[in-house]
Write a protein that binds this ligand. Structure first.
Ligand code: OKP
Ligand code: ZN
Length: 345
């Protein structure tokens, strides 16, 4: 399958994130994409294409305009205060505070548009995130144009970014932008399946009240795993969206058998939904050696995942999300894509 990639992802390179009481080097680093690129090249997954440039209006179909304006201007505002280090929030308007009055103070603004202190905003974050969306949309256009599948080799990741918030290393929800664009270009129904170790809270929130985009996520149980406050099995959608959101939280340390049981149930629901396109939020932090996650997938499981997804026989867009066992993430991604291609008709 064709792969879309730009080396300008490295414009986003956070220095430190807050983790277990201290600032540690970011897990989400540019080398991640380098390793994935190297592995897909080594295994001849397909030609590597440069992204086209898309209007921000595609992004604003799923993100609030005021959030996008904030991202565009954030570094300028922060650096105008004399700051040179990455911006991290430290205060948030949780329950009972007002979120309708945007503060002037930058860190308070940043807190309004974020939900954790592990996502540094740097001088290049907006450019890289916009480019990640361009990479994703370029790959989406290939699938909309008749390709059986395409891979958006994007970073930073996207699935934790919601309508008006960043977090979990994510700024723009690439998978959601792509799903919405499929809809806007004539797809009646789109399914988004999130196989990253972490619940795709941003994607869920964006489509929670909609029946035209089904969201399904297999992830570490939020009772102990990030993002903690969303991703339980009883979240099934609201209003028109009821019955179009399916979460498969699995305890940390779950067996691969349990993981594939969840996948089998999720793909059964996708088939019954009869979507015109499928978006896969492809995180490979499900890997047994991942430093921040607790599932046990390895090469045979990634091959099995690719074959299982191919059997759905749907136009499929793969979007890169997490995966932090840096040297191995390339192989893990390549295994999924190669076995998909082998199984695809
Ligand atoms: C992103 B993706 C907060 C540290 C928590 C966040 C994990 C984000 C995972 N200071 N770490 O889903 O792979
Ligand atoms: Zn993850």
């Amino acid at each position: 399958m064709k792969i879309v990639y730009s080396d300008r992802h490295r414009l986003h390179a956070g220095q430190r994130e807050f983790y277990r009481g201290e600032l540690v080097p970011c897990f989400e680093k540019p080398e991640r994409a380098d390793f994935v690129l190297e592995a897909v090249k080594a295994r001849n997954i397909g030609p590597i294409l440069e992204p086209k440039e898309f209007s921000v209006s595609y992004i604003e179909r799923v993100h609030a305009a005021r959030y996008v304006r904030f991202l565009e201007k954030a570094w300028e505002m922060w650096s105008a205060l004399g700051n040179t280090k990455d911006a991290l929030p430290s205060v948030w308007p949780i329950r009972t505070f007002r979120d309708d009055v945007e503060p002037d103070y930058f860190i308070a603004k940043l807190g309004m548009y974020s939900y954790d202190n592990g996502t540094p905003l740097t001088s290049g974050s907006w450019s890289a995130a916009k480019l990640g969306a361009d990479v994703t949309l370029t790959a989406q256009q290939l699938v909309a144009g008749g390709e059986r599948a395409a891979f958006a080799l994007a970073r930073p990741p996207g699935h934790h970014a919601g309508p008006d918030f960043l977090g979990g290393y994510c700024f723009i929800n690439n998978a959601a932008v792509a799903a919405q664009t499929f809809r806007d270009q004539g797809a009646q129904r789109v399914a988004v399946l999130d196989v990253d170790y972490h619940h795709g809270n941003g994607t869920q929130t964006i489509f929670y009240e909609r029946a035209d985009v089904m969201f399904l996520s297999i992830h570490g149980d939020p009772k102990t795993e990030y993002p903690f406050y969303l991703g339980h099995a009883d979240e099934k959608g609201r209003g028109a969206g009821e019955g179009y959101n399916w979460n498969y939280p699995l305890p940390a340390g779950s067996s691969n058998a349990a993981w594939f049981d969840a996948l089998t149930d999720a793909t059964r629901r996708i088939s019954a939904f009869k979507p015109d396109a499928l978006v896969i939020s492809l995180g490979v932090d499900t890997f047994a050696e991942d430093p921040i996650s607790k599932f046990q997938l390895r090469e045979p499981e990634y091959l099995r995942l690719g074959a299982h997804l191919a059997a759905l026989e749907l136009p499929t867009l793969f979007v890169l999300e997490g995966g932090y066992a840096v040297a191995e993430i390339g192989h893990n991604v390549a295994h999924v894509l190669r076995s998909f291609d082998e199984g695809a008709s």
